[in-house]
Design a protein around this ligand. Sequence first.
Ligand SMILES: *[C@@H]1O[C@H](CO)[C@@H](O)[C@H](O)[C@H]1NC(C)=O
Ligand SMILES: *[C@@H]1O[C@H](CO)[C@@H](O)[C@H](O)[C@H]1NC(C)=O
Ligand SMILES: *[C@@H]1O[C@H](CO)[C@@H](O)[C@H](O)[C@H]1NC(C)=O
Length: 397
Amino acid sequence: MMAFGRREDHTASALPAVLLTLLLIIGAPAESAADSSPDPCDFPAIFNFGDSNSDTGGLSAAFGPSPPPNGETFFGRPAGRYSDGRLIVDFIAKSLGVPYLSAYLNSIGANFSHGANFATAGSTIRRQNTTLFQSGFSPFSLDVQTWQFTQFKSRSQYFYQQGGFYKEVLPSEVYFSEALYTFDIGQNDLTAGYFLGMTTDEVKAYIPDVLNEFTTAIKSVYSEGGRYFWVHNTGPFGCLPYVLDRLTLRAPEVDHVGCGTPFNGVALKFNSMLKDTIAQLRRELPLAAFTYVDVYSVKYELISQAKKYGFEHPLMACCGHGGAYNYDRNFGCGSKMTVNGTEVMLGKSCGDPLARVNWDGVHYTEAANKWVFDQISEGAFSDPSLPIRMACYKHSP
Ligand SMILES: *[C@@H]1O[C@H](CO)[C@@H](O)[C@H](O)[C@H]1NC(C)=O
Ligand SMILES: *[C@@H]1O[C@H](CO)[C@@H](O)[C@H](O)[C@H]1NC(C)=O
Ligand SMILES: *[C@@H]1O[C@H](CO)[C@@H](O)[C@H](O)[C@H]1NC(C)=O
């Protein structure tokens, strides 16, 4: 089941097509896979909810752009993402034949004809009691994202019916029931407690409350007609420089890789409870199909075996400034400083993000995001074990 493809292996995804062709040529036996395998789902749109792991411009639209060198690898300019290039959600869109998602909050040049993205960097599931300016957490928590979605649906339909230009940039009504709804959120809820000085046990104790809010959000989308849910669990944030740099003084245990054990323990606890929550949602929302995706295992494999997959320095930020992890919270990726009247860039790119896992101490590089997508897209880390194009089904065939 845990079949990790090597990075340079481009043949893996071509294999099923070859097999299928062979089956067609030699004539399929009575109970062949070709007979019983259902059609792909043909999702016409994606609606995404989440944090910076899937923000394609939301926080930038609201609070100012992500600075260069963000975007240097793929877009050639900052593109609202906290990465040198594309995110997992971009690779999902590409694989489903849907354009990269515009952020709902982006009022300039946005095109929502095939979906919208409600994620913003720093978003949590639960509302935080601090402002962005105090703690860095986004005011667009998951409940707010679902209100935005509800409003997006009703207002887009009001305008869509007027036709003309609106028909070009807004989704048609049937898309809301046929779309894939993707979620990648929770990491910031877990770090928030630590940043407030809580112990690991105190953080674990509020996980049920976080997941109650998650359930409420899913039910809200379901009540608007959403049926197909693709949910990423949370990653091994104990391996990220911003956690290692800020929090390991208080909880210093690290594993053989160098990742903070208590933090990854909390992530694993959250993930096991998230899986239970999704099992419960399947019982309560029988018309919905839920796919739970174990992104944690894929990211941890990449970080712990980086060399094997063609990457180096997995615990170091590519873009940053100083310290053991090339990460300084006061001088992040793209930050500048004026020295003797001259502006100097402190948070510079390492120059080879294609060989790096971590981009800026908090987020992954495009190369890492692509690698993770390649591992999860065929269902090897999903429950049920279905490729993403089959995520409208409830069971594997
Ligand atoms: C915010 O404060 C309220 C009221 O004290 C509390 O119930 C809630 O749990 C707090 N939220 C978080 C995320 O700490
Ligand atoms: C919006 O995107 C759709 C689908 O890619 C495309 O057909 C349409 O021309 C775009 N419209 C504008 C105004 O960008
Ligand atoms: C700034 O200028 C002063 C005076 O020329 C010089 O001594 C100092 O080293 C300079 N600082 C930096 C960081 O270049």
